[in-house]
Each structure stands twice: as structure tokens, then as C-alpha cells.
Design a protein around this ligand. Structure first.
Ligand code: NAI
Ligand code: 15L
Length: 265
């Protein structure tokens, strides 16, 4: 099943590089964009360097696209002004351009930090109220709400991917619960773009980990079935971090160390 003509933003980033090689064979055309430099275009690719806050440039990016995988933006906790431009203004520009160009579906890289102030002894689902843990999480909450508005008003389908921790391996004890392998990330994005009906959906991007804080039952219509697990890494991660202070907010809340970022002024 071809994915058609797909725009991938954030293509120079950690996840963008993974998805570039994984999505390319499935697409008629893969247009890659980032503010940072990217490798030269190969067959079936276009490479366009652009800032998400540059409205005119973003409008050009969306031209002729069937769907978008929107990874571009600031991916950590930072001062508000930087987040405002890249994540809030940038995501608005992307959705306005999608509306004008008739783009049908967007997979939006949201984050577990939309709900980072739930506790690690709670299992939550996407219907529960957002509890962002910083400006970064707030900007992803804005993106989720923005995408819901564009679905309700204009019928643009979005799958909001509340990604946990997508790296080659889980880096610490917390990531035993939040780990999303790159193979499962690919499954998640492909499911988001190919599900017969996506509507406006919210799903946690997580592998089939033994410790799990997130219930994705309400997103089963997307057909995402994780096949990997953090469990093979458990012994080494627990040995590397033998003592954890259970009174430390980073061990209490799902956000982990993000609760210690800021204030910045
Ligand atoms: P990353 O930081 O490696 O990649 C983000 C890319 O966006 C970078 O290449 C950067 O140059 C680009 N970018 C930043 N500001 C921009 C702007 N103003 N205009 C154009 N491009 C801009 O992050 P990563 O890990 O690849 O994550 C991709 C997406 O997934 C991000 O939106 C992130 O918030 C989200 N995410 C990632 C998680 C993970 O575990 N890797 C977890 C949760 C969410
Ligand atoms: C995120 O949203 C970040 O983009 C990523 O760098 C990780 O820190 C991840 O969350 C996490 O919660 O582990």
C-alpha cells in the first residue's frame, strides 16, 4: 500500500533520520524538510530546508502532498520564546498550509509530556485531562488542540502520537516504561497514515513494555500493534541506576527529569 506523496518535517532529527529511510520505499514521493542541513536527495525524495515559522516557506512545503509526518520543532524543555516560534507558530503554519492545499491526513509528533504530571503509579488513557509538565508539553497540548480544531472545522484527519522515549535503547529506569523502539515507531507512523479511518485520534507511542503507564485501547482502530519491549534492557538499566530516591519528583511523575527543567529567568 503506497503512502503516496508525504512531507516529513524534522527530517534532520533523530526520529526524522530513521523515518526517512524507512518511509522512502513506501512513498511515491517523500519531501524532507528541516531548518538544519540534510543529506542530498535520493531517488524518490525532495529536500527543502525551511524554518517552520516562515509561513510562505511552509505553504510551499505542503503543495501537492497527500499527508504529513510532522516531527519538526523543539524536542526538549526550553525557554518559552523559542518554543513559541518553532512549536506553536510553526504548527499553526503547517495546519493552515495543509488546509489551503487540501492535505487529508497528518501524523503529529506530540509527546508524553502533554500528560507528564500524572504519576508513575497511575495508568492513564488519552481521554484524561492534559497535565503538561512544562512549556514544551504545553506546546504539544496546543498542537493537539489545534489539530482537533482543524478536524472539527475542516475535516483534516490527525493522529496525535504521544511519543514516549524513542531512542536506540532505553537510557534509564524510567525509559523501561516509556521506550518506543524505532521499529515500533515505524509501525506506529505507518498505521497512522494507512488506517482506513483516523478521524482525530490520540495514541501513546510506546512499545509493548512490561511496565506500562499508558492504555491505548481507545486507539485500537488505528491497528498499531507494538512488537518490541524494553524488557531485555531491564537488568542493565537497573544495575546502572541501583538507587532511586522515591521522593524525587523525577521518580514520582511520568515526566521524569523534565520536572527539574526551568524556570529560565
Ligand atoms: P530532534 O530534536 O532530534 O529533531 C527535531 C528536528 O526539528 C531537528 O532536526 C530540528 O532541526 C528541527 N527543528 C527544530 N526547530 C525547527 C524550526 N523552527 N523549523 C524547522 N525545523 C526545526 O527530535 P526527535 O527526537 O527526532 O523528535 C522528533 C519529534 O518527535 C519532535 O517533535 C519531538 O518533540 C517528538 N518527540 C520525540 C520523542 C523521542 O523520544 N525522540 C519523544 C516525544 C516526542
Ligand atoms: C520527549 O518528548 C523528548 O522529545 C525526548 O527527547 C525524550 O526526552 C522523551 O520525551 C522522554 O520523555 O523520554
Amino acid at each position: 500500500l503506497s503512502l503516496g506523496r508525504v512531507l516529513l518535517t524534522g527530517a534532520a532529527g533523530g526520529l526524522g533520520k530513521q523515518l526517512r529511510t524507512r518511509l522512502r520505499p513506501r512513498c511515491t514521493l517523500l519531501r524532507l524538510s528541516d531548518v538544519a542541513a540534510m543529506d542530498a536527495a535520493q531517488a524518490g525524495e525532495e529536500v527543502v530546508q525551511a524554518r517552520l515559522e516562515d509561513r510562505a516557506a511552509v505553504h510551499q512545503l505542503l503543495e501537492g502532498m497527500d499527508s504529513v509526518v510532522h516531527l519538526g520543532g523543539i524536542s526538549t524543555e526550553q525557554p518559552f520564546d523559542a518554543i513559541l516560534q518553532a512549536n506553536i507558530v510553526g504548527t499553526y503554519n503547517l495546519y493552515e498550509a495543509a488546509r489551503k492545499h487540501g492535505v487529508k491526513r497528518i501524523a503529529f509528533a506530540s509527546s508524553n509530556h502533554v500528560t507528564g504530571y500524572y504519576r508513575q503509579d497511575e495508568v492513564i488513557d488519552p481521554s484524561m485531562p492534559m497535565r503538561p509538565d512544562g512549556y514544551y508539553g504545553l506546546s504539544k497540548a496546543f498542537g493537539e488542540n489545534l489539530s482537533r480544531f482543524y478536524y472539527d472545522r475542516y475535516g483534516i484527519e490527525t493522529v496525535c502520537l504521544r511519543i514516549g522515549s524513542s531512542f536506540p535503547e532505553p537510557r534509564d529506569r524510567r525509559m523501561l516504561a516509556t521506550f518506543l523502539s524505532y521499529d515500533d515507531l515505524e509501525r506506529l507512523v505507518v498505521a497512522s497514515l494507512t488506517a482506513p479511518v483516523a478521524g482525530h485520534s490520540v495514541i501513546y507511542g510506546v512499545s509493548d513494555n512490561t511496565t506500562n503507564w499508558w492504555d491505548n485501547t481507545s486507539a485500537r482502530h488505528l491497528g498499531y500493534r507494538p512488537q518490541d519491549s524494553s524488557e531485555p534492557f531491564r537488568a542493565s538499566r537497573e544495575a546502572a541506576q541501583p538507587k532511586i530516591d522515591l521522593n524525587d519528583p523525577a521518580a514520582i511523575f511520568q515526566a521524569g527529569g523534565f520536572v527539574h527543567q526551568g524556570p529560565f529567568e
